[in-house]
Ligand binder design. Structure first.
Ligand code: SF4
Length: 238
């Protein structure tokens, strides 16, 4: 494939290359250049033909597990469809269930502050959960519910093809890494999720609301994420 350069001095929010792939977000609004190869696929091996829209269509009004019974809204995910950084949580809570958006409650506001402390905005990244429907009473999702929903998380990641995934909390880390190891032992280092995609487990923001002293650990993890993405750690936070 030729490495023809595409000038990315384009309007804010959304641009399309000749393959019709849509890109949005600050990294693509910057005056940077990107190759056809990079535009097609970050590992340069094959075009990313799966889209988030197709994954959402396939999910439909999903009734694949019992979590359908009590949900108000299915919470698919939100953010930049070409994000280099994806945050994956456990499942929607009450606010998310009502609004149909991920991480909009108290824990979500803390996640937003973490993202902003990294020098980014929510629209730069993609945010989703392991299960798309709220477990009643905010209980943990059960293994059969995770198994039913997991293929859609995997397809979301395949469509986005991020460079880094941050797994928020034990359930996200265990699901994405296929492990029984807890989050305290897992966090603080990178794992390989798939070829070319690194995964950093860290504490869930709702855990941080109850355990303030762990915020510094999460910030150490986010500094490693920024470094891996080739982004500056904001100087006031180093
Ligand atoms: S949690 Fe996932 S698998 Fe279960 S009903 Fe909701 S979308 Fe479907």
């Amino acid at each position: 494939m030729t490495e023809k350069r595409i000038n990315q001095s384009l309007p804010n929010n959304t641009v399309c290359n000749q393959q019709g792939l849509a890109y949005a977000g600050r990294w693509f609004r910057q005056d940077i250049e990107m190759t056809d190869k990079e535009a097609l696929s970050r590992d340069g091996l094959r075009p990313s033909v799966l889209t988030l829209e197709a994954v959402r269509d396939e999910l439909g009004a999903c009734a694949r597990c019992r979590l359908k019974n009590k949900r108000t809204k299915l919470v698919f995910g939100a953010g930049n469809p070409a994000a280099e950084l994806v945050f994956v949580g456990e499942g929607p809570g009450e606010d998310e269930d009502l609004q149909g958006e991920p991480f909009v409650g108290r824990a979500g506001k803390l996640l937003t502050r973490i993202i902003e402390a990294m020098g980014l905005a929510r629209q730069d990244v993609y945010i989703c959960n392991v299960v798309k429907c709220r477990p009643p009473g905010n209980r943990n999702p059960e293994s059969d519910e995770i198994a039913a929903c997991r293929p859609f998380l995997e397809k979301q990641i395949a469509a986005i093809r991020p460079k880094v995934i941050v797994a928020l909390g034990s359930h996200a880390a265990k699901t994405l890494l296929d492990t029984d190891t807890g989050i305290t032992a897992l966090r603080g280092k990178f794992y390989t999720y798939a070829d070319g995609i690194k995964l950093m487990p860290t504490f869930h923001p709702s855990y941080l609301l109850r355990n303030e002293s762990r915020k510094k650990d999460v910030w150490e993890d986010m500094k490693l994420v920024l470094k891996t993405l080739g982004l500056e750690v904001p100087s006031a936070r180093k």
